[in-house]
Design a protein around this ligand. Structure first.
Ligand code: HEM
Length: 512
């Protein structure tokens, strides 16, 4: 009996313990499940603005994105009143309102190079330019930051801009077509290449063609690859015509650059063999990259294509838009010329001279405000799960961007839809935050066309100096106007905002 009772008691206690054990396990599992579920929910908690019923192949989503990304962004903020997703032709992007800009700027979990590497396939042959820009050792970025931005290139810019416009437009004193969509890019290509690779290679027509077209060729290849399922990409990139074009451009650029490197090596050997003759290294980015890598192996052509890719489309778009805006506001021409002439008289073609042309600086910054190149900026990839100030989780691997809608915010800018060449001159006079934020190379939450924080564009000083020099050279030597009847417009494709490829600017040589 005793024994029986003990066994019964034991089995009673055991079954009780076992059932409470299972109950506790159940509760713990349930809690884990709900915790994981709530995290998953928070991760997926970004409503999508262009998701449509039965749009399995995303045709409608892509069409809406390409046709009117700006409208979709406005719709997203209106509907969701906070962060949301947008389906793009390059995948999906989380769009944040400007209130998140400072947070994005500081978040160590958000990376720009990882974004470029992932979104622009920095792993396939032909994509050497993207590989160089997203290289984790940041050699190219270091060269742009430490050398390109610091050395004064204004004299070189002036020489090449003057030669360029004389070649493109000549001495004709009658109004004629400036072919501005093309000559604007060629001008920036020439000026940039003179600093990137030195005078001789800069003059080479094939080098000019490749370095001005590579960014677009690479972008077309990216688009073609994105339209293929991800598992096919490691194979199809060998066959897609757009990817083959990329590889052909890299191959041709490599041959041309190698000739330049060989020529430099011979000159160096000759200088070394001639005891009393010191070897003078050319002051250009070929030399700077070689010094920065300090004997480590690197891809010289990748560096050059990466630099051209980052520099030429962006800067030539700004130049084209700025001159078009000046033509559309002819009352700006006389005061701009007066300012440039006074500055050149006092300082010559120098960094100090460019610093003094404050109206030109304002015209350029105002151009960027209305033509910011893209509807979004601060493009980042989350390198780990990261929680937004709103509590939503951006999952590792997701891409985010901040909307540039602040550029048109009437609380910041009076009559924001209008082009006002004097806008930043007037804001600078107001003082306060605008005493520094009004300059074309500066950045703030009210104008971050060059990005912000750790990844801010290191080439902005170079770009602004180039655009100022080119505009000054043009305005001093030529009269400019829009072709009678032409109304300026921009072309939008997804997030991109570009100059009208049919822009009609006319020029005539000034008789001085
Ligand atoms: C008007 C002309 C230009 C515009 C609008 C522009 C814009 C930008 C923007 C928005 C970024 C990303 C910043 C961020 O996300 O915070 C960037 C990065 C970069 N830009 Fe520019 N850029 C211009 C010209 C140039 C030039 C002339 C160069 C080189 C000569 C250059 C080299 C770079 C590089 C290397 C990066 C990558 C920085 C990094 O990942 O840390 N850019 N640029």
């Amino acid at each position: 009996m005793k024994m029986g009772s003990a066994t019964e008691l034991y089995s009673h206690v055991y079954s009780h313990t076992r059932s409470s054990y299972f109950a506790s396990l159940f509760v713990v599992l349930l809690a884990i499940f709900f915790f994981a579920y709530s995290i998953q929910q928070r991760k997926n908690n970004f409503p999508t603005v262009n998701s449509y019923p039965r749009d399995w192949a995303l045709k409608r989503a892509h069409g809406a994105f390409i046709a009117d990304a700006k409208g979709l962004i406005q719709e997203g903020f209106r509907k969701f009143n906070g962060p949301f997703r947008i389906i793009t032709t390059l995948g999906s992007r989380i769009i944040l309102p400007v209130e998140y800009a400072e947070w994005v700027k500081k978040s160590p979990a958000l990376d720009h190079q990882a974004f470029v590497s992932e979104e622009f396939f920095a792993r396939y042959p032909g994509f050497e330019g993207t590989i160089a820009v997203s290289d984790p050792h940041a050699v190219l970025i270091g060269v742009v930051k430490n050398k390109l931005a610091q050395s004064s290139q204004v004299q070189k810019f002036h020489t090449h801009a003057s030669a360029g416009v004389a070649e493109f437009w000549g001495e004709e004193e009658a109004w004629h077509d400036a072919r501005w969509a093309d000559t604007g890019v060629r001008l920036i290509g020439l000026m940039s290449a003179s600093v990137f690779v030195g005078d001789e290679l800069a003059q080479n027509a094939t080098w000019q063609r490749i370095t001005t077209s590579y960014a677009m060729t690479m972008f077309m290849a990216t688009r073609a690859l994105r339209s293929c399922p991800s598992w096919t990409r490691p194979f199809v990139h060998w066959f897609l015509p757009a990817c083959r074009n990329c590889r052909a451009e890299v191959k041709c650029a490599r041959q041309l650059l190698q000739q330049e490197l060989d020529k430099r090596a011979i000159e160096k050997r000759e200088a070394a063999s001639c005891q009393d003759q010191a070897s003078v290294k050319p002051e250009d980015s070929i030399t700077w990259v070689e010094e920065a890598t300090a004997g480590r192996s690197y891809d010289a052509v990748g560096m050059q294509l990466g630099m051209s890719m980052a520099a030429i489309v962006t800067t030539s778009e700004l130049l084209k838009q700025a001159l078009t805006n000046i033509c559309a506001h002819p009352e700006l021409v006389a005061p701009l010329r007066d300012e440039i002439e006074a500055s050149v008289r006092a300082h010559g073609w120098t960094t100090a001279g460019l610093f003094n042309v404050q109206l030109l600086d304002s015209v350029i910054k105002e151009t960027q405000r209305l033509n910011p190149l893209a509807e979004v900026n601060l493009e980042r990839k989350a390198v780990r799960d990261v929680t937004l100030p709103s509590g939503q989780i951006v999952p590792r691997g997701a891409s985010i961007s901040v909307s540039t809608s602040q550029l048109l915010n009437p609380d910041v800018y009076e009559r924001p839809e209008l082009f006002d060449g004097y806008r930043y001159v007037k804001l600078r006079q107001k003082g306060g935050k605008w005493s520094t934020a009004s300059s074309a190379v500066s950045t703030s939450v009210d104008h971050f066309v060059f990005g912000m924080g750790k990844f801010i564009c290191p080439g902005r000083f170079f770009a602004i100096a180039e655009v100022k020099t080119a505009l000054a050279v043009i305005l001093l030597a030529y009269d400019v106007r829009l072709k009678p009847g032409y109304v300026p417009k921009t072309i939008r494709y997804g997030f991109e905002v570009m100059t009208d490829p049919g822009v009609c600017v006319e020029v005539r040589r000034r008789s001085l």
